[in-house]
Design a protein around this ligand. Structure first.
Ligand SMILES: *[C@@H]1O[C@H](CO)[C@@H](O)[C@H](O)[C@H]1NC(C)=O
Ligand SMILES: *[C@@H]1O[C@H](CO)[C@@H](O)[C@H](O)[C@H]1NC(C)=O
Ligand SMILES: *[C@@H]1O[C@H](CO)[C@@H](O)[C@H](O)[C@H]1NC(C)=O
Ligand SMILES: *[C@@H]1O[C@H](CO)[C@@H](O)[C@H](O)[C@H]1NC(C)=O
Length: 344
């Protein structure tokens, strides 16, 4: 009897012990979760992919706080919500890795409404810009000005996350190479920013000014380099120089502002007036101007091979294959109209 009672006591004691352990484990796990939630206010718990948000959701989140950092929102844009196969695949590499970021794919219609309602001073120009590449070039500066975040062209693939570098940064740009004479060395295909940075207004005013002064012939005819000149990398470069020269009270070139040439390595991170420049190897290892790897890295070539390309140019954080899906400033370009010719 006594023995029996003893073993019962031991049994119920063990039972209580096990239950307590489970309760303690659950509490500890929960507080773990609570900790991550508080720490990662922007992320949904344990997400394995970025969170696609509507513009309403984006606005609600964006206006719910004051921004002293680069907001965790990725912007991409296309004609409509239907991406081409390889665009969807490249886009997904960002979402797969930037799991605590928001994501929005802007369509042409959404862009139009965004510019018309948020930037009435730019809309009259925006509305006349043609072909489409001039509008999608311009609207990305407006995403940066209004929301900030990270703008990425649809032909960029993420190799690994770069956003640890964004801490305390205001604007992060990504070089193709250090040759600034062509003014195409700072592409507008990948840009990160805090909201309301004045750099973007310099670029937008340059676009307004140049477009208003262009002849009808220049506005309406296709010419090679038109997109780069009006709204593309050259508008970014010139806006950047206006901005830097104004606030630095200098007329130094970007090279001089970077300091000595020894700084300019493929994987350097340079800073001028709180604008951060990532060396080419980090994000843009394939330089369409120097041609290294062009046969396998250019998405426009039949010999395009992403794997071989990465073996040749060894990108660190990201790479773009320069697919020119909007055409080279020409709306009748098959790249823009048609489906991709070939997917691997
Ligand atoms: C998007 O546009 C393409 C043509 O460029 C069309 O084939 C496709 O059906 C459109 N998708 C939607 C959802 O409208
Ligand atoms: C960011 O800035 C804060 C405040 O100035 C500073 O305490 C912190 O060390 C900086 N972090 C990095 C990674 O530079
Ligand atoms: C760069 O940022 C620091 C810290 O926010 C600020 O004190 C400094 O004035 C800024 N410099 C320029 C040129 O904007
Ligand atoms: C950078 O661009 C210039 C101008 O197109 C080109 O001559 C040069 O080879 C490119 N690459 C490097 C690494 O400078």
């Amino acid at each position: 009897m006594i023995d029996n009672r003893g073993s019962r006591r031991i049994l119920s004691f063990s039972f209580c012990f096990i239950i307590s352990c489970i309760v303690i484990i659950v509490i500890v796990k929960r507080s773990d979760k609570i900790d991550t939630t508080i720490y990662n206010t922007d992320s949904s718990l344990l997400s394995t992919s970025c969170k696609h948000v509507s513009i309403d959701e984006l606005d609600r989140w964006f206006h719910s706080k004051k921004w002293n950092e680069i907001p965790k929102i990725i912007h991409q844009t296309w004609k409509n919500k239907t991406l081409r196969q390889r665009q969807a695949r490249w886009s997904q590499t960002w979402c797969d890795q930037y799991t605590n970021w928001y994501y929005h794919l802007w369509t042409d219609d959404e862009n139009d409404l965004f510019v018309r309602t948020k930037f009435p001073w730019f809309y009259p120009t925006y509305n006349k810009l043609s072909p489409a590449i001039l509008r999608v070039d311009s609207v990305r500066y407006l995403y940066m000005l209004y929301y900030g975040g990270l703008y990425i062209d649809l032909d960029y693939e993420s190799v690994r996350r770069i956003d640890a570098l964004f801490t305390n940064k205001s604007v992060v740009l990504s070089l193709i190479n250090y040759s600034f004479n062509s003014m195409n060395s700072v592409p507008n295909s990948w840009m990160a920013s805090r909201p309301n940075h004045p750099l973007w207004t310099y670029i937008l005013h340059r676009i307004i000014l140049l477009w208003s002064r262009a002849s009808d012939k220049e506005r309406n005819e296709f010419w090679n380099g038109k997109a780069e000149f009006f709204t593309g990398p050259q508008s970014l470069f010139e806006g950047l120089m206006f901005y830097l020269h104004t606030i630095q009270h200098t007329d130094e070139t970007l090279d001089q502002l970077f300091g000595n040439k020894q700084n300019q390595n493929a994987d350097s991170i340079l800073e001028v007036a709180n604008i951060t420049f990532l060396g080419p190897k980090l994000n843009n290892a394939y330089d369409w101007m120097n041609g290294i790897g062009a046969d396998v890295c250019s998405a426009e070539k039949a010999t395009f091979d992403e794997k071989k390309c990465q073996d040749v140019v060894k990108p660190i954080y990201a790479i773009t294959y320069w697919s020119h899906s909007y055409g080279h400033g020409h709306e009748n370009d098959l790249n823009y109209l048609g489906d991709e010719k070939k997917t691997r």
